[in-house]
Design a protein around this ligand. Sequence first.
Ligand code: NAD
Ligand code: ZN
Length: 364
Amino acid sequence: ETVRVDLGPRSYDITIGPGELRRLGERLRAVTTSNRVAVVTDENVHALHGPAIAEALSDFQTHMIVRPAGEAQKSMAGLEVVLDSLFRAGFDRSDTVLAFGGGVIGDLSGFAASIYKRGTTFVQVPTTLLAQVDSSVGGKTAINNSYGKNLVGAFYQPRLVLIDTDLLSTLPDRQVRAGYAEVVKYGLIDRPDFFETLDAGAGAQVLALEPDALRDAISVSCLAKADVVAQDEREGGCRALLNLGHTFAHALELTAGYDGDLLHGEAVSAGMDMAFEFSSRLGLCSAEQTQRVHDHLSRLAMPTRADMGRFLTDPNALLGHMRQDKKNEGGRITLILARGIGHSFIEKSVSEADLLAYLKDIST
Ligand code: NAD
Ligand code: ZN
């Protein structure tokens, strides 16, 4: 499968399928004449798939940059390590930086690629489901700082994205589920047929890593994301739709704390459940549609609002977190709400009174 991200001179292809890694060399040759590739990866991915990436790049001169796993790498210190390593190895602008890992490695190395000598060729080979359906596509790169997550970064598109679904075979089940939240998200935003397919059984097959179901669901997800990104690369408008469930998720994540044992995708799963629940309270969406979303998630053992009890004890603090979201403008809370499954929209002035009443109602 190939999905094109249409961005004029910055357009690129995403190729998706089992065994895709074997085509990496050939695909790289099509976007660069340089023979040098810096592979940025983490220790887990390196231990599991280091030989496979080395084999795929055997015709190239490779420089491996292996970092510890974890969100802490998305920091100024982590960025400097990657940049220093590129300087030490004598990389120039025409050489390639290749992200081989999950969203942490993608965001960190993409940002490094964007500023190294004002920008070097960047390539994504994502290894988590979340990275394959979301973070490797669309050009957002970032690191975190003490003021919050992803606050320092750049829009910097890769020259190609290569998705080998075989790489997911080693991914822990909890990480697979976290990634699935972003898959079902695309159905809930504006692809009702995709939601129906997932609900009719494809969702369970994706979680079981069945190759055909995986390839299809990842392709639709990449297509959905590519579509939104092509319309609104820098999030002036509709790209905000991709944040369905994310403002609630953000509040849950902040409540849980940085290493609070709540994965981003888990928070998003519960956050989408909450966005639908809140939408039906406002009379925007039928209770039946909200119930369907909830049932889909719980049938697949995905986290819902009901699993978030320990983070839902302080409604005022949650509202405070939601006020800090990057989407907000002019002191008003922006939320992605829904009129039904596949009919989400951006609401730029959510009533804080309504939101607080909801948060009080569900508080534990
Ligand atoms: P991650 O990169 O931390 O990976 C999760 C864990 O899985 C890590 O321990 C990693 O070592 C391990 N792992 C990766 N691939 C594996 C494999 N094939 N087999 C076994 N283990 C493997 O987390 P993530 O969920 O991929 O990404 C989260 C990050 O992505 C966050 O920092 C988030 O801000 C960012 N993100 C960015 C965007 C964007 O548009 N740029 C979108 C969504 C999320
Ligand atoms: Zn997300």
